[in-house]
Design a binder for this molecule. Structure first.
Ligand code: NZQ
Ligand code: ZN
Length: 390
């Protein structure tokens, strides 16, 4: 295993009723002029917006707002929010929402110190050197953005969706209250759960022999997501289910699980980001369609051991069966979870997606020739996986 340095600077308040008093106290550590960033209005419907505004007003914190962050957030919205920060000398960002809002806040927090287009950061024209502190209130368990330094941003003009990463934009404080996620609808609960699971699968199904300790932690996390996604889907106000999903989502992608596997290429995510870029589909849905196909494509005599461990340790498949049979059954179990238990669409054709951009998507993914995923893949492999999803 490789040497590593591990640091998560995010302070987490987990559980019900943690906002009152603590939110304003934490914000005041960083400043007094806050930009509240949120999405399309779900936080108003559930009364969270009102609660937060009251708390901040009582603490004499000056609040400015930017709303309307889209799922698959656009750089154009981010540029507008940056303008508000500059005009009003904002010193702290309060992101209240899911991954789209939190990711946007990361780019806003650094774009505030730059005079060009925020997209320049995403394409690497300019490096992140400074960022405002970010505090989050998470409303959807999925991306884990509340505890990492990644932001995934879309440019709908050029049809690119890309991620950037910097430790400077890792949230300082995150509030995780499972009851806030009670209002997440069935579809987003299903998509969020598939995303959490995918974050672990992408690392678990990698070619490195990682730490046994991490493998067993990942297996526990996957069992947790599989068990509680179904419960939350059918019983949205089940605290235990929402709490387990929420904490699993943070730990799936805060760097802990993949620490000894660098570089660790997340192939399904590369493919899905192309689908979202071209067709604006929900991230978790794209992953649910791609993952079983990808796992079937990469299954062979050399990789089968990983599938066997997954099947036996996570899905409780009979260990005495031949390894290939366990592998095949494992993929079928995932399909059952995604398409039957969580009732997600199982193919791209039903989303009106055809093969016209597959080659271009594969060219973008394989710009360096091959992708070193669980197995080496070239453009033709990528196109085949996309076609298999139709
Ligand atoms: O916009 P509002 O009205 O708030 O509604 C949102 C949105 O329509 C709704 N929602 C959120 N919390 C709710 C709620 N509805 C009712 N009650 C609540 N409590 O859910 C919808 C989706 O929200 P969004 O933030 O887009 O979802 P998610 O958290 O899944 O974020 C997806 C984005 O994150 C990126 C994805 O690519 C995508 O752009 N990712 C970010 C990652 C990261 N930063 O580490 C990693 C991931 O792999 C992923 O790529
Ligand atoms: Zn994801």
């Amino acid at each position: 295993m490789n040497n590593f340095i591990y640091e998560i600077p995010t302070k987490v308040y987990f559980g019900e009723n943690q906002l009152q008093g603590n939110l304003s106290q934490e914000i005041k550590k960083y400043g007094n002029r806050v930009l509240l960033v949120y999405g399309g209005g779900s936080i108003k419907k559930i009364g969270l917006y009102q609660k937060i505004i009251k708390e901040l007003q009582e603490a004499n914190i000056e609040v400015y707002e930017f709303s309307g962050i889209e799922p698959n957030p656009r750089h154009t919205s981010i540029n507008k929010a940056i303008q508000i920060c500059k005009e009003n000398s904002i010193d702290t960002i309060l992101a209240v929402g899911g991954g789209s809002v939190i990711d946007s806040s990361k780019l806003i927090s650094t774009g505030r110190y730059y005079d060009g287009d925020a997209w320049d950061f995403v394409i690497g024209k300019i490096q992140i050197k400074k960022a405002m502190p970010i505090i989050t209130v998470v409303t959807l368990a999925a991306t884990g953005s509340e505890m990492n330094g990644t932001a995934v941003i879309s440019n709908m003009d050029t049809k690119y969706k890309k991620s950037i990463k910097s430790s400077l934009v890792i949230p300082k404080v995150s509030f995780l209250d499972p009851t806030i996620t009670y209002s997440v609808n069935k579809y987003q609960t299903a998509c969020g759960s598939c995303d959490i699971l995918s974050h672990i699968l992408e690392t678990y199904f990698s070619r490195n022999n990682g730490l046994y300790m991490l493998d067993t932690v990942m297996e526990g996390l996957m069992k947790t997501v599989i068990k509680y996604s179904k419960i939350a889907y059918n019983d949205p106000e089940n605290y235990e289910a929402r709490a387990n999903l929420m904490w699993a989502s943070s730990w799936a992608i805060n760097g802990f699980a993949r620490i000894d596997r660098q570089p660790n290429i997340w192939v399904c995510h590369l493919l899905e980001h192309q689908l979202s870029a071209f067709y604006d589909i929900t991230h978790g849905l794209g992953l649910a369609i791609l993952t079983p196909r990808y796992l079937r494509y990469t299954l062979n005599e050399n990789t089968v051991d990983r599938y066997y461990s997954f099947g036996v340790n996570v899905l409780d498949i009979d260990a005495s069966l031949p390894k290939m049979e366990v592998a095949e059954k494992s993929i079928k179990c995932l399909e059952k979870l995604f398409y039957e238990d969580l009732e997600l669409i199982n193919n791209l054709s039903d989303l009106n997606i055809d093969d016209r951009y597959f080659q271009e998507m594969a060219n973008r993914i394989c710009s360096n020739g091959i992708v070193e995923g669980f197995i080496d893949m070239d453009k033709e492999d990528i196109v085949k996986i996309f076609k298999d999803c139709l």
